[in-house]
Design a protein around this ligand. Structure first.
Ligand SMILES: [Zn+2]
Length: 363
């Protein structure tokens, strides 16, 4: 098919019956591979059929505390366009949503993808999502977003089907679809950032529990008398191993507060205080993981977030903690690795979520 044609023209060009052409076009429209536009042909109203050059396209949107990333992905898991922009710390939900609407329009425009080719958007939020209502629940890293019905807001603004999920769940899903662990049925993705959360793939599917709030491993108690956590308890894993805590511990005596990238840089330069903080954090992470691994026996545990660039420097203490606290056979057989998807994991997982809901497997 060259440019857009009407169904009558397609039947003439191909020698197929108009009924057959109509059936094929319907299938292509349903799967997002083609779109139609009304025209007048020989004085009669008709529909022009246009092939969508990229076929069905899924949008992946990842909202962070300070960033927004949008990707456009094709049916064959090819990234068509991708861009990340900064969001102000403490931004309101409406501000973030507007930025996503604008960035999506820009990417569609620049890549020449028709809006009609978009089958849906997956959206990642750094916080628990109550699946009964589609709202962001208490405990989110984005407190300004709590109680907002993100699903409804985004569907109104984007005018496409929207699927919302927690960012760690999307990280897990991206590892088994885009990442190095395609086909793994039991995987735990641990996101270590300003907060700590886990996403679970069990028996090949994301695990959502009863109301959708799972993987809150950041609030596993490590030290009964430890620091008070943002959740109100004491000594949670986050009070030892989140990047927020590491930054607090390591910024003393510095001219400005460190960033996660500074932690990676200083650790790679073998700064002894940084290595000590990472060792303490890694052991605590491994201990929490050991308890979870005893319960669900994952094949792989993937660590993601801004410290993924540390590689074995951070994986080694995590492994020691895991081996110490898991039963021996689980400690020995559970593979532990850093995410290879970096800060793209959540947005890619969000796009893959759309294909999952549309029943489209990776080709
Ligand atoms: Zn806590």
């Amino acid at each position: 098919m060259g440019g857009p044609s009407t169904q009558a023209e397609l039947a003439r060009q191909t020698g197929l019956s108009t009924a057959t052409v109509s059936n094929i076009v319907k299938i292509m429209l349903d799967s997002g591979l083609a779109s139609t536009e009304p025209i007048t042909s020989s004085g009669r109203r008709a529909l022009n059929v246009r092939l969508n050059s990229n076929g069905a396209v899924a949008v992946g949107i990842d909202f962070g505390r300070r960033h927004l990333r949008v990707v456009l992905a094709s049916l064959s898991y090819h990234v068509i366009a991708e861009e990340s922009v900064a969001l102000p710390l403490g931004h309101q939900a409406e501000e973030g949503i507007q930025a996503a609407v604008d960035l999506l329009a820009k990417l569609l425009d620049e890549s020449g993808v028709a809006r009609t080719a978009v089958v849906g958007a997956g959206v990642g939020i750094p916080g628990p999502i109550d699946r009964r209502s589609g709202t962001v629940a208490q405990g989110a890293i984005l407190p300004e977003w709590v109680g907002i019905n993100i699903l409804q807001h985004l569907e109104e603004r984007l005018k496409i089907p929207v699927f919302v999920d927690n960012d760690a769940n999307l990280g897990a899903w991206s590892e088994v679809t885009w990442g190095q662990h395609t086909g793994v049925s039991n995987l735990l993705f641990l996101k270590i950032g300003s907060g700590i959360g886990a996403g679970l793939i069990l028996n090949g599917a994301p695990y959502y529990g009863n109301v959708g709030i799972t993987g809150e491993i950041g609030h596993a108690t490590i030290h009964e008398q430890g620091l008070v956590c943002r959740c109100g308890n004491r000594g949670c894993l986050e009070t030892i191993a989140s990047t927020t805590t590491m930054i607090e511990l390591l910024s003393r005596g510095e001219d400005r507060p460190l960033t996660p990238a500074d932690i990676v840089r200083k650790a790679l330069a073998r700064d002894s205080a940084t290595l000590r903080v990472l060792d303490d954090a890694g052991l605590a992470v491994g201990r929490a993981l050991g308890n979870v691994a005893n319960l669900i026996n994952p094949e792989v545990i993937v660590v993601g977030g801004p410290l993924a660039g540390l590689g074995d420097l951070f994986l080694d203490p995590i492994r020691r903690g895991l081996v110490r606290h898991a039963v021996p056979v689980i400690g020995e057989t559970t593979k532990l690795s850093m995410s290879s998807l970096g800060d793209r994991a959540e947005a890619l997982g969000a796009a893959a979520l759309v294909f999952q809901h549309a029943g489209i497997r990776k080709t």
